[in-house]
Design a protein around this ligand. Structure first.
Ligand code: MLT
Length: 279
């Protein structure tokens, strides 16, 4: 309460929520995070960009480069007035980008949520796969990549029994432009090896992985956690490569607990709030 002039004003200020930059995977867009933005609105101030060529972002060229995405994101944070560190949450390609952001703009990173991602660079076979996918996009458009990926994105059970989810994911993919997809394929193909950076990433990290991820095995997440100085691993049953969509409640619960830890420096949000008299 304050007493500006002649009345007692009550107000709410959401500035005490933890800022979270949500980085989508390939070939999605910011709507990937709808369940998190809604479900965590009481604890997180969410900033969820559409990367170049995805979702509603303006048309772009097809030059793909994680460094360029990372600089775009840093500029976006400036633009919304977040000049200090934020929690950076990335899924899959968004995780590759989170590592790049931490390399290029370490002062922006208060903590990391690394979902369905890996720190390893592209294998020779993977690089050839990216080039083949790019040729498909040039010849047949974005649909070609979307059709090939869709069955592998979700856990087999989600794919067979959750048509709404399948439609949502397909729609997200088809909203991508060919330039955006080509750029992202190049960015993923040429991504650096982030493993040497892991021991120096001295911020709290939460690694979340779907137990049934068909694109990135759980062992990659385990390796990442083992190399990070301050990381917890949550493996979600009943989820594939999109655990935030397939198991949103469990995903959000893990992030909620993590945010409490980063923000209040305690694993028990309620206890810490009581201790500090913060509500
Ligand atoms: C993603 O979900 O961002 C992609 O599957 C990542 C990849 O293909 O490496």
């Amino acid at each position: 309460m304050t007493r500006p002039d002649d009345y007692l004003m009550a107000w709410e200020d959401s500035a005490d929520r933890v800022p979270v930059l949500w980085l989508h995977g390939f070939p999605f867009n910011a709507t990937l995070w709808d369940e998190q933005i809604d479900g965590l609105t009481d604890v997180a101030r969410s900033i969820a960009p559409d990367l170049r060529g995805f979702g509603l972002s303006a048309p772009t060229d097809d030059r793909g480069d994680l460094a360029r995405y990372a600089d775009d994101c840093a500029r976006l944070l400036d633009h919304v007035g977040l000049t200090g560190p934020v929690v950076v949450a990335g899924l899959s390609m968004g995780g590759y980008l989170a590592y790049e952001l931490a390399r290029r703009h370490p002062q922006r990173v208060a903590g990391l949520v690394l979902a369905a991602t890996r720190a390893t660079p592209e294998s020779a076979e993977g690089k050839a796969g990216r080039d083949a996918a790019a040729a498909e996009v040039r010849a047949h458009g974005v649909e070609a990549v979307a059709d090939a990926m869709l069955p592998k994105l979700l856990a087999p059970d989600s794919y067979e029994n959750r048509p709404d989810l399948v439609d949502f994911v397909a729609e997200m993919m088809l909203a991508a432009t060919p330039e955006g997809v080509l750029g992202a394929l190049a960015a993923m193909r040429d991504r650096p090896d982030s493993r040497p950076d892991l021991p120096g990433l001295d911020v709290p990290c939460l690694v979340i992985h779907g137990e049934d991820d068909q694109l990135i095995p759980v062992s990659e997440a385990e390796d990442t956690v083992a190399a990070l100085p301050d990381a917890d691993l949550v493996v979600l049953p009943g989820a594939g490569h999109l655990p935030n969509l397939e198991q949103p409640e469990a995903f959000n619960a893990a992030v909620r607990e993590f945010l409490a830890e980063v923000f209040y420096g305690d694993e028990d949000e309620d206890e810490e709030q009581d201790d500090n008299g913060v509500d």
